[in-house]
Write a protein that binds this ligand. Sequence first.
Ligand code: SF4
Ligand code: FES
Length: 249
Amino acid sequence: MKLKLKIWRQKNAVDAGGMVSYDLEGVSTDMSFLEMLDTLNEKLIMEGEDPVAFDHDCREGICGSCGVVINGDAHGPEQTTTCQLHMRSFKDGEEIIIEPWRAAPFPVIKDLVVDRGAFDRIIGAGGYITAPTGSSPEGNSTRIPKPDADAAFANATCIGCGACVAACPNGSASLFVSAKVTHLNLLPQGQPERTTRVLDMVEQMDAEGFGGCTNTGMCTVSCPKEIPFTSIANLNKEYRRAVQQSNKA
Ligand code: SF4
Ligand code: FES
């Protein structure tokens, strides 16, 4: 395949940045999107130019590091991570526009790399349980109803990639926060912090500058792990319950 790439280039956090065009030949349909960017970077390095900076780690859809906006869609045309997207999803001769996540709480560090530290700070505010460390307890010693276990597991699959924020017209992190709150608040191990968790995580989400949810649903259709929209309804329910509990205390 031959491609015309238009890529956001930005030297550092304070550089104004801009789109730069590149022609790339010899792209196989079997390449992943990141391998296509690797091919471009090899060419740029051979020509003595600065390679395009982009984030990646596992390249297996599990770490959440990768993520760019491709032709206007977070993670591109398939509902998967950028590392699991393949060039067979594009046509020979196609123009592909590649940009970083666009959201004020995710400032650009360089080119396509953004700082997603805001997510880490939200997790630090309440995305954990209090449990003794040491050997793992026997699997069946804490009984959990199957529907709760299934829902907790589905929400635990959130990889913190940030596509939901990038896709949302409000730059809301509600789907991410709702996945973490739903996962932990459903399980017995998450009960000691059930009330403080949701209050503190929502407070941190607001402090980071993420927008509010207005039910547009772009987050859930862009989410590579298909975190359901109902998790946001559950976040609202948990928040309301936590406010009532803290008013009683
Ligand atoms: S909810 Fe989905 S899109 Fe958002 S961070 Fe988690 S995995 Fe990524
Ligand atoms: S590189 Fe890990 S999810 Fe894409």
